[in-house]
Design a protein around this ligand. Structure first.
Ligand SMILES: *Cc1c(COP(=O)(O)O)cnc(C)c1O
Ligand code: SF4
Length: 336
């Protein structure tokens, strides 16, 4: 059997790894040798939003440490049942902005396409944890409605594939999308917002890179890492593959209590990102989504952290501290 025959009969490595992601709280606690006392709360909060974590990410966590900053991002906790004032199901107004075919057109020149509701990992603080994905029909692999919207909006120069996580879709689902976008002459850039390169870097394989760089559209990959311990050698290699292919690589992070809420961690994150060729783009304050209030860092504290980072690093390594405010024409820069 030659290589190309093997290629067509086997699913890509990343897809098998995605299928093997841990979804059972007991399996998670056992894998990390954690106290079973955490189990009832984890099981009950997983009813609100399922647990999901791929092994390559899980393997970067410290064993026997319930405070590990990577674990904190995915471990369902009893605190998620807490109904804090101001914390809502749709904190950024996506429901109101959603157009046909899963397009969210909030900002001038850019439109976001909710390509799928699926993710490789379920982050407990995710602002889309209550998003009504079943109403979004681009996830069926039929892009026609989204393309029709984009074809009629000639002010749009950049399409952002988002989700969920667009790279959770198979190459087959994605295949037709990039060429169809490239045929819309007013589009110039194709941006992908994905956490896959961080949590499952095997996703950045040759087929994906060929797809991303195979049209006239300028490709941009915005990844999502929150802590330097997320950026291991496999992630660095995935980033290098993207960069060698000419893809601009940026990072957005979320400021999270108990994960990265101090200037030293932020500085280490940004310096590590830069080491692997990724430019820090945004540091988001938490969107007030129901069930995530225990991750909150106050604006005053966020500003103090940003001051600390700015006093340590070159300006190009300091991401913009932003908040998304429903109805505003851009992410709001927070002053410090
Ligand atoms: C964040 C966001 C964008 C991208 O904003 P940039 O400032 O260009 O990164 C575009 N559309 C929507 C709906 C967004 O939420
Ligand atoms: S990968 Fe992104 S969209 Fe998916 S759960 Fe995490 S934060 Fe939310």
């Amino acid at each position: 059997m030659n290589d190309s025959a093997a290629e067509t009969t086997t699913s890509p490595v990343w897809q098998r790894m995605l299928a093997e992601a841990v979804r059972d709280p007991t399996a998670l606690l056992d894998a990390l040798d954690l106290d079973r006392e955490l189990l009832p709360a984890a099981q009950s909060a997983a009813q609100l939003f399922p647990l999901r974590v791929p092994w390559p990410y899980l393997n970067r966590m410290r064993r026997q440490d319930p405070h590990d900053p990577l674990l904190r991002q995915i471990l369902p906790l009893g605190a998620e049942h807490h109904d804090a004032p101001g914390y809502e199901a749709d904190p950024v107004g996506d429901g109101d902005a959603l157009q046909s075919g899963g397009v969210i057109h909030k900002y001038h020149g850019r439109a976001l396409l909710v390509a799928t509701g699926a993710c490789a990992i379920n982050c407990r603080y995710c602002f889309r944890r209550h998003f009504p994905y079943t109403e979004v029909n681009a996830s069926t692999g039929d892009w026609s409605q989204a393309l029709a919207y984009l074809a009629n909006a000639s002010s749009i120069t950049e399409v952002i594939l988002s989700g969920g996580d667009p790279l959770a879709l198979t190459d087959r689902r994605l295949a037709a999308l990039a060429p169809a976008l490239a045929r819309l002459s007013h589009l110039r850039r194709l941006r992908v917002h994905s956490r896959l390169p961080i949590v499952l870097p095997q996703r950045i394989d040759k087929a994906l890179i060929d797809w991303l760089t195979g049209t006239r559209l300028r490709p941009i990959m915005v990844v999502h890492a929150n802590h330097p311990a997320e950026l291991d050698a496999a992630v660095a290699e995935a980033m290098a593959r993207l960069q060698r292919a000419g893809v601009v690589t940026l990072n957005q992070a979320v400021l999270l209590r108990g994960v990265n809420d101090d200037a030293a961690t932020q500085a280490a994150l940004n310096e590590r990102l830069f080491d692997i060729g990724v430019h820090p783009y945004y540091l988001h304050v938490l969107d007030p989504v129901r069930g995530a209030s225990h991750f909150e860092v106050s604006s005053q504290e966020a500003a103090a952290i940003q001051r600390g980072v700015s006093a340590t690093l070159p300006g190009y390594m300091v991401p913009r501290l932003v908040r998304e405010v429903a109805g505003e024409p851009a992410k709001r820069w927070l002053h410090w």
